[in-house]
Ligand binder design. Structure first.
Ligand SMILES: [Zn+2]
Length: 852
């Protein structure tokens, strides 16, 4: 519904009432605020409803055809979507105890409504129909949209629309049309099996439903989309109009005194446009506007209109145009008026007011007999189109956003905030993309620092939006401060540093906590993290920056307890707070063993000097367990803990995979290469804990004889336990793999380095050049996500003693991700080059390195 539809629809509405039309005032244009929304998708200039609904309901831009998932999900690719699920405004409302509902004249599983509750990389996966969605998708862990709808917990309180055949097996005939069957081939009758509320399929049943009944209501009034309003109103079918459903839903929700979120979609304006049927399109618009009016009237009658937020908008536009110098009051569906100046000055025939840029009727005849014979008021009439397309396409221009009745009450401030959040998210992404992207690095950092200073006062004033903005900005800077390349830039900004220090000591933010999204931290915590990353005087950091190349101390696999009899070992657990439950479970099990002292930060949220305390705990510990999950990898606090443990203090650590399938990548993947690890989820819990305990004691004597100043030693265990993995190097190699696996130890081919920059200052682009120069597969760069030269060097060091098992891991990741084989020769080339790199960086130091 673009602007041209709103204007033509307004004229149609006025003309239905017998007016001229142009000066009619629609319900939606009586709102106080009007704006425009950009509709493009991540990958398409002209969007589709799946990705746009994801944008306006979930707050993230997405790829065309994908629903309820972020930009990582590729269309039709189940695996790419499994980690990409995003919550919608409906989820947020439900979590806050509001009633939630969806009304649409399309199928309830169609793209727009489903973005409020489903997560799929393909909008056509509405049902398990065997064609669009099939058993292979199921096996990969995806579910069809209808299935997701009925099993959702808690259920959506009210759902009214079409599409019931998607919930029934092909063996079942429709309740209203005996010739139509269900569409599912999994033989499931979803409503009978899963739906926990009431189910209805006609208006009579809807009218009989007792308003205020707490059980959820699902009403599916047609096998597919509901009927066009002009057909419905003429047929006398037992099917509600959009405005009747709106009235029903709001009256129902107002019986509960808890507030509500309701999505109302006039879903068929779009369908009529695709068919180039202007009569249907405009009548659908009129009914949609009637529904807006009905909503206002019901809220007004109950005295809650001023306490409600109504937003009217569209997902996208269409290539629908109207004009032709028609005179005032011309039938909007017809020709420009028949005065001379309103016929074509080329063929002197009348000109249609409504046309489409493309569509079915591109060969529309231009002769007087035909033109005067057609009934342009008919629902069958197809408007002429300039270019041939079976279905008219969406339009790419902005769509209107209309809103009013912005609120004053405290409860409603939250709603306003949510709306602002969504807008700012999209605006911010856009701003970052179009303005910040082209800036130089230093200007970018100055830009963000300036913004932090501008919003510094947010904690003291009462503006939630400003406080959220500050929180987000602090998290951005914290991320930047992890990279050595940018540290100097940040440190040189004295005013900024003062601001950060003052934020470390600011206590005014406690109440903002509830609004901080996942993977963001509170201002104070971020400020502490930034300061630590920038602090030259921090001894740990100084070690990290100036450290010489380490001597690799290779140990035997023989546990020794001789020197530690009198001292209990200290073990720290580093975990993401999303995994608190698992952490408790593990700590309970380890405490039962009573073999060592455990330090875990369960008081996380209440600790004042959080980093100080964690830093000290790491320093005092003999071994640190990293409980690795996706959340762990996404957490900046965990990243700081890992860096402090490994990069700065060279402490011994044990990577512990919490889940069966997680594969560490990026900064985490680089740092955990080498030592033995434990994976939960493959064997039962208890034996895995035993393995972990055994591993903790494995080289205890070596560790306990070290002090924290022994900065040039790292421990690389020669044999991995991998109790759960059966990988046997060399056994399952591809046929063409004829390289001597030790070759790289003996012979190193000199490889060029792309520029004279110090490797430590390399950025992502330099690394890419280095990959190209050395003919190393670019996919490896993607997998490792190297961002700076230091990471590359560090990885090289970790890799050297045990590159073969790394090769097997990476080969597996590689084939999962790219469905291709990473040959050993290719990996050897990479290892060789990275080894060479280190020698170029620093003069070789003597080292002991043995591969057992
Ligand atoms: Zn469409």
């Amino acid at each position: 519904m673009g602007v041209s539809t709103v204007t033509a629809g307004r004229i149609r509405k006025g003309q239905i009432k017998g007016q001229l039309g142009e000066d009619c005032i629609t319900e939606m244009e009586q709102f106080a605020y009007l704006g425009l929304s950009k509709t493009y998708n991540i990958d398409y200039q002209t969007p589709d409803s799946a990705a746009t609904a994801t944008a306006y309901l979930c707050g993230v831009k997405a790829q065309l055809g994908t629903i309820g998932v972020d930009g990582r999900a590729k269309r039709g690719d189940c695996l790419s979507s499994s980690d990409a699920h995003v919550d919608s405004i409906l989820d947020w409302a439900q979590k806050r105890g509001k009633k939630v509902g969806i009304i649409t004249t399309a199928r309830i599983t169609h793209a727009s409504p489903s973005a409020a509750y489903a997560h799929v990389p393909e909008r056509d996966w509405e049902s398990f129909d065997g064609q669009n969605f099939n058993a292979s998708h199921l096996a990969q862990g995806c579910r069809d949209i209808a299935h997701q709808l009925v099993v959702r917990t808690p259920p959506i309180d009210l759902l009214l629309g079409g599409g019931r055949r998607y919930f029934y097996p092909v063996t079942t005939f429709d309740v209203e049309y005996p010739s139509i069957r269900g569409s599912r081939i999994d033989n499931r009758s979803l409503i009978d099996e899963f739906w926990k509320g009431k189910y209805i399929w006609n208006m009579t049943q809807m009218n009989e439903f007792e308003l205020g009944t707490s059980q959820p209501l699902l009403g599916l009034f047609e096998p597919s989309h509901m009927r066009y309003e002009s057909d419905r109103s003429q047929s006398g079918d037992d099917e509600p109009s959009l405005s009747r459903m709106t009235e029903f839903a709001i009256e129902h929700f107002l019986k509960f005194d808890q507030g509500f979120f309701l999505l109302i979609e006039g879903g068929r304006i779009d369908h009529a446009h695709h068919d180039t049927k202007p009569r249907n399109a405009l009548d659908e618009f009129v009914e949609f506007d009637n529904a807006v009016g009905q909503a206002k009237r019901v809220l007004q009658a109950k005295g809650v209109l001023d306490d409600s937020l109504i937003v009217v908008t569209a997902d996208h536009s269409h290539v629908f145009a109207f004009g032709a110098y028609s005179s005032r009051g011309s039938n909007i569906l017809g020709f420009g008026s028949l005065e001379n100046k309103n016929v074509s000055d080329i063929d002197h025939l009348p000109v249609n007011i409504i046309t489409y840029g493309n569509g079915r009727n591109s060969n529309s005849s231009r002769n007087a007999t035909y033109l005067y014979s057609i009934n342009m008021n008919s629902t069958d009439y197809l408007a002429p189109a300039a270019l041939p397309m079976n279905a008219e396409t969406h339009g790419g221009e902005d769509v209107p956003v209309l809103s009013g009745y912005l609120l004053c009450s405290f409860a409603q401030r939250q709603w306003q905030l949510l709306l602002h959040l969504k807008l700012i998210q999209i605006q911010f992404a856009h701003r970052t993309e179009s303005q910040v992207k082209n800036m130089k690095v230093s200007s970018k950092i100055v830009f963000f620092c300036d913004l932090v200073m501008q919003f510094r006062g947010a904690l003291a004033n009462d503006d939630e939006l400003d406080q959220l903005t500050l929180t987000a900005l602090m998290n951005i800077i914290w991320s930047i401060s992890f990279h050595d390349d940018y540290v100097d830039e940040l440190k040189s900004n004295a005013k900024f540093l003062i601001t950060i220090k003052s934020l470390v000591n600011d206590d005014g933010e406690a109440w903002v906590e509830q609004y901080v999204p996942k993977h963001m931290s509170l201002v104070k915590k971020a400020a502490t993290g930034i300061l630590w990353n920038l602090d030259e005087d921090n001894p740990a950091r100084a070690i990290r920056v100036v450290e010489p190349l380490p001597t690799v101390v290779v140990q035997t696999n023989r546990p020794s307890t001789a020197t530690v009899k009198n001292k209990r070992m200290r073990v720290m657990v580093s975990y993401s707070h999303a995994d608190t439950d698992f952490c408790h479970q593990l700590v309970d099990a380890l405490e039962k063993e009573n073999l060592f002292d455990l330090w875990v930060d369960f008081a996380y949220c209440h600790t004042e000097d959080l980093w100080e305390e964690i830093g000290q705990a790491i320093e005092k510990s003999d071994v640190i367990l990293f409980l690795m999950t996706k959340d762990y990898q996404d957490s900046k606090s965990c990243r700081q803990e890992v860096m402090y443990t490994k990069d700065s203090l060279k402490k011994r650590f044990i990577p512990v995979y919490v889940k069966r399938d997680f594969v560490a990548s990026g900064w985490l993947g680089v740092r955990i290469v080498g030592p033995q690890y434990i994976r939960f989820g493959k064997k039962p819990f208890e034996p895995t804990v035993k393995d972990l305990v055994k591993l903790i004691f494995e080289d205890k004597s070596e560790k306990s004889s070290k002090t924290k100043d022994s900065k040039v030693s790292i421990t690389v265990s020669p044999v991995e336990i991998k109790s759960d993995e059966n990988d046997k190097p060399n056994q399952e190699l591809p046929k063409d793999d004829h390289e001597d696996s030790n070759q790289f130890n003996h012979k190193i081919t000199p490889v060029p380095v792309p520029n004279s920059k110090s490797i430590k200052t390399w950025n992502s682009k330099d690394i890419a050049d280095w990959f190209d120069t050395n003919k190393i597969r670019r996919e490896l760069k993607e997998i490792y996500d190297f961002q700076c030269g230091t990471e590359l060097l560090l990885y090289g060091r970790c890799l050297e003693p045990d590159w073969q098992s790394e090769y097997l891991d990476i080969r597996e990741q590689f084939s999962k991700r790219y469905s291709a084989t990473l040959y050993r020769t290719e990996f050897v080339r990479f290892v060789t080059a990275i080894n060479q790199l280190e020698q170029l960086q620093t003069k070789p130091v003597s080292r002991t390195c043995t591969i057992l």
